[in-house]
Design a protein around this ligand. Sequence first.
Ligand code: MV4
Length: 451
Amino acid sequence: MFHKVLVANRGEIAVRVIRALREMGIRSVAVYSEADREALHVMLADEAICIGPAPATESYLNMEAILSAAVAIGAEAIHPGFGFLSENAKFAGLCETCGIKFIGPSAEIIEKAGNKSEARNTMKRAGVPVIPGTHEPVFDAKTALKAAKRIGFPVMIKASSGGGGRGMRVAESADGFEALFNAAQLESIKGFSDDSMYIEKYIQNPRHIEFQILADSFGNIVHLGERDCSIQRRHQKVLEESPCEAISPALRTRMGKMAVKAAKAVGYENAGTIEFLLDNGRKFYFMEMNTRIQVEHPITELVTGIDLIKEQIRIAAGEKLAFTQKDVVIRGHAIECRINAENPEKNFMPSPGRITDIHMPGGNGVRVDGHIYTDYQVPANYDSLLLKLCVYGKDRQEAIAKMRSALGELVIEGIDTNIDFEYDLVSHKAFETGKITTDFIESYFPEYVKK
Ligand code: MV4
């Protein structure tokens, strides 16, 4: 096992990883920007190194500064968390070159998964269902239009290197198709320096379902069930739950097998996520593969009892998975609400500033993963995630009641937060009855959607 691990992140995920390292008896090294001198991850780690000024490009995205820090302090491995360098193939490759274990898959796998149209083809070849669409990347509007007519409208135009909804357009008909294609392609060239596009049949109001997988370096792969992440706003998840109430045990088995097959097809190692779209006819399609630990990992931990961060570290250290698929039992129901420093009444504008008071909920089945404390100054330089409020109940109904109770108790003063907005979401009849699709917020909270 490692003796010392550097955590190349900040905020709640850095805190989460440092806690796991301490439990495992491994020394932790925090890195921090000048804006994060007072951050919790810096206080909790065994050692801490300043890696640069506040802008992420000069600190948390600064590969040289992070690798120099790791070498200087004698860290044997780097945990990248999520965001920042976590899905950067170049960084994973540089770690390898420096003789430092990157806690995640290899640079080759990250690269493969990052190209969405290539991943799509790999999955199709492996027998994983994909959305009907093009099999070769398209580079011009004329060829794309021909493909769209063959697929049948409505279609979705997507960038091969896309993500987070960038370089993506829905085309309802041939009218105006070429303009939409050109706009999506321009966004992709600007955002990803890539003009490669693909076309898919458009799935109306699907659910976003993702399967958690764990794969060790001996080719053993298991899935840990799914998370329903359909409730999103501008491609940012707002609330997630596990399991998905619309998935029967039989469908879970089928989708889980496909998730494992998808991971096998790329020779996956470490923790990963296979994203599917589930349509209203209960048909599912592979959409993307995420090669990092995800924000919403705690709900999977709550329903499986498996510590995903510890598993990531064990796998990276070369250990075999200590359990098989039949040992993984999904029990009860978990929900996560992301609590952000933002103002829902002002188009969710970020609300950095000093936290003057906090009251945390607690009790049976309540888990808080956060990084804030009284008098902490939330910097304006990074994302607005303050904490993740998670609840675990024997069933969905109990989990919902627990979440409402916990949100009602949670107090964060001094800055604006989305606590009340989350309370309204979990109190809505449509949420209670499980009418959850990707258009949930537009449909039931239109006043919060800026046109
Ligand atoms: C789609 C789709 C419908 N049909 N693809 C959104 C981000 C990127 N990962 C892919 N996305 C979508 N792809 C086809 N063929 C709908 C979405 C989509 C979506 C997916 C998951 C969660 C929220 C979403 C919000 C809008 C659109």
